[in-house]
Structures are given as structure tokens and as C-alpha cells.
Design a protein around this ligand. Structure first.
Ligand code: DC
Length: 224
């Protein structure tokens, strides 16, 4: 049986980077499932399909082959064989991903693909429905969170480094809107699994967050 670790939490809690570090320290893979929803969103945009058109996006998704591979610089995500990793992190991609992630038909395809990947590998899987749905039986579940203001500040600084001109207020408003979409959708909304351990990183540094999660994981798995 592979070791599966579920990690969920809202946008900007630092999940992806923290998960990368934790998985590295444990010597296991890290599956970023948000990248898969982003890949669906950007593929729709590239094909001229409105992300708000549930029927067309779901239809597109039925035949879309999503895959991931691992390189030195982390996870690469492919849509029908094309590496779309470089275009997944724009605000446009974020909004499209949040929209397409509300569609049950899209989610069903993603959940199945993620379960297939986790079945064959020791993996830390991060997303929104991992502890509640994708890996409902995972032996370790983490719910990573932080206040909206702290999350927006972090995201704003990241975007500034990339040269984006969005104001902090816009980043905060977008983040609150994405929280609303993620937490209120009908199918598998973001929520903490009953047996997940909550880690609030508002007052923690990056290293402290990683260490705290490693401590929780090792304790749960009974390893030193
Ligand atoms: O983690 P992220 O910001 O890259 O995720 C992009 C979007 O996909 C986000 O709006 C939430 C959604 N998502 C989801 O609904 N379920 C997942 N397992 C992962 C992400």
C-alpha cells in the first residue's frame, strides 16, 4: 500500500510550496491537483470555450487527457500531450480554474485521475477535496489555512515579483471571490475533513509551517 497524505486548504495558504518541501523531506511525490483544474481552465480558454459554459467544458473534459510528470523544477502538467505548466499561474487561469472546478462532470474526471495516480505512488496530494473525497481514507490529513489578509498579502508579493500590476485590494477581492466559489459549490466544496489536523500559518514562517507538518505526518505514521 502506498503512503498517501492529503492536504487541503484555501487559496494562498502556501499549500503548493509547503507541500513540495514536505514531500521532498519525506522522499515522496507531490501531486498538485489545482494544476489539473488550471489545465482544464486554460485549455478551455485556448480553444475559445467560455469557462462559464458548463456543457461545453464538461464535453471538452471527457476526451481531454491530463497527465503529470516530475522534473528538477517540480511538477509538469500536460493537456493532450502539451506541457501547459508555464501558463497555469495567471489570474485569468486562476479564475477559469475556479469556475470549471464547480462542474460535477469535470470533478468526476479529475477525482478518478487523481485516485489512479495516488494508488500507484507514495504521494502527498494537495487540493480542496483530497481529505474529504479523493483520499478519504488517507492515514494523514492536513488542513492548511491562514487569514484572508495574510493570504492576499503573500499572493500580492508573489505577483509583484512577477511584475503584475494588480493592487493588494484587487488581489484580496479576487481571493475572497475564489474562497466563495470553492467553499460554496455544490459538489465537494472545500471544507476541513473531520479527521484532518488544522494548521494555521498566519503567524508561522515558511520553515515553521514545514516543520509543523512534518511533525504531524511523522507522528501519524509512527515514524521518527
Ligand atoms: O490550488 P489552486 O489555486 O491551484 O487551484 C485552482 C482551482 O482549482 C481553485 O479554484 C480550486 C480548484 N481546485 C479544486 O476545486 N479541487 C482541487 N482538488 C484542487 C483545486
Amino acid at each position: 500500500m502506498p503512503i498517501n497524505i492529503a492536504m487541503d486548504g484555501p487559496v494562498g495558504a502556501g499549500k503548493s510550496t509547503i507541500a513540495d518541501c514536505v514531500a521532498n523531506a519525506l522522499g515522496i511525490l507531490h501531486l498538485d491537483t489545482g494544476a489539473m483544474y488550471r489545465a482544464v481552465g486554460v485549455t478551455a480558454l485556448k480553444r475559445g470555450i467560455d469557462p462559464c459554459d458548463e456543457e461545453k467544458v464538461t464535453e471538452m473534459c471527457r476526451s481531454l487527457v491530463l497527465d503529470v510528470s516530475y522534473a528538477k523544477d517540480g511538477q509538469h502538467t500536460y493537456a493532450d500531450g502539451e506541457d501547459v505548466t508555464g501558463i497555469l499561474r495567471t489570474e485569468e487561469a486562476s479564475m477559469a480554474a475556479s469556475k470549471v472546478a464547480t462542474y460535477p462532470g469535470v470533478r468526476a474526471q479529475m477525482v478518478e485521475a487523481q485516485q489512479r495516480m495516488a494508488k500507484n505512488h507514495d504521494m502527498l496530494v494537495d487540493g480542496r477535496d483530497i481529505g474529504t473525497r479523493v483520499l478519504a481514507d488517507a492515514p494523514v490529513k492536513i488542513y492548511l489555512t491562514a487569514s484572508p489578509e495574510v493570504r492576499a498579502r503573500r499572493r500580492y508579493l508573489q505577483l509583484q515579483e512577477k511584475g503584475t500590476s494588480d493592487t493588494y485590494e484587487k488581489v484580496l477581492a479576487d481571493l475572497i471571490e475564489r474562497d466563495r466559489q470553492d467553499m460554496n459549490r455544490k459538489t465537494d466544496p472545500l471544507r476541513k475533513a473531520e479527521d484532518a489536523v488544522e494548521v494555521d500559518t498566519s503567524e508561522l514562517t515558511f520553515d515553521e509551517s514545514v516543520q509543523e507538518i512534518l511533525r504531524i505526518v511523522k507522528e501519524a505514521l509512527g515514524v521518527g
